[in-house]
Write a new protein. Structure first.
Length: 303
């Protein structure tokens, strides 16, 4: 139901108008402005947790909107550097006009990658629904041929992902692995939690070995603490120290665990989202762990 709600245009247009819905979103995002994200990153950095910023939005209708998105990220990169924050950026290709003109999207992304490199940072490509998977990987391969500081998100629940990982290892990639948040059919994606967890762990083991051999950068992006513990044991078994293992979680989710893992020496980042186009992204976050629905409802109540 939550994934259906994420796609429903009627709900997308109407629910964000309600103040109580805005209160509920504070579960996963500090606010809608870049200033909100910057302030949250400063707090996290004091805890030893670095950041990744993502401006919410996807599937733009006009190329002029892509320019606005790119300009906003350029301003943000300057502000990150000015404040001395260790924060990377992550974006969807459809935010840069990928649906409208792939060449323009590449120009915007490469400009951001160069700017990020100048500030000692990284630019990541978020993965979207399965209709975009192949084209996004091909786009990343072209960008990676010219920029060392670019990464891509892959989804463990897709049947194709092991093949994609093997293909990308040839170019010494940076891969952020997530379980997967879109409503994909069983024909192309695992649907049960044991299957998804097994796929995530198997891919993690392969990528941890690549980290050890200096053939990849690997980020495990999950809030599943049991899975993280299993993954870190695999990392230790192949000879990695905690500082060589990267973990990312969403802002506001398992903050105590983020701080614990950082204190234990792991490289931890919080994905801090901001922007007004939060509705589909927010509903997918609720769907990832339905227990979050009760938390969100409590946040929405006026007391």
């Amino acid at each position: 139901m939550l994934l259906w709600a994420a796609r429903n245009r009627w709900l997308k247009e109407r629910l964000p108008r309600f103040r109580w819905v805005h209160r509920a979103t504070r579960r996963f995002m500090p606010g809608e402005t870049a200033g909100d994200a910057l302030a949250a990153a400063a707090v996290h950095q004091a805890w030893g947790v670095d950041g990744v910023f993502t401006l919410l939005g996807e599937n733009l209708a006009e190329l002029s909107e892509a320019q606005v998105v790119a300009d906003g990220y350029h301003t943000l990169l300057d502000e990150i550097a000015a404040r001395g924050l260790d924060v990377e950026i992550s974006l969807k290709l459809t935010q840069l006009g990928f649906d409208l003109d792939e060449t323009v999207a590449m120009e915007h992304f490469e400009s951001l990658a160069r700017h990020a490199a100048e500030t000692g940072s990284w630019a990541w490509i978020d993965m979207e629904g399965s209709a975009y998977t192949g084209a996004t990987i091909a786009f990343y391969e072209r960008a990676r041929a010219r920029h060392a500081n670019v990464g891509i998100c892959l989804q463990a629940y897709l049947h194709r992902t092991p093949t994609d990982v093997q293909r990308l290892l040839a170019i010494r990639p940076a891969i952020r692995l997530v379980k997967g948040a879109y409503d994909e059919p069983r024909a192309i994606a695992y649907r049960s939690r044991p299957e998804v967890d097994g796929a995530f762990l198997a891919l993690s083991a392969q990528l941890l070995e690549a980290v050890r051999d200096d053939r990849a950068r690997f980020v495990a992006a999950t809030h599943d603490i049991a899975l993280i513990e299993r993954m870190t044991r695999v990392g230790a078994a192949v000879g990695l120290s905690p500082g060589q293992m990267e973990i990312q979680m969403l802002y506001g989710v398992r903050t105590d665990q983020q701080r614990r893992l950082a204190k234990a020496g792991y490289d931890v980042r919080a994905l801090i989202a901001y922007g007004s186009a939060w509705y589909p992204w927010y509903m997918r976050r609720l769907a990832e762990r339905p227990a979050n629905v009760w938390f969100a409802l409590r946040q929405a109540l006026p007391w």
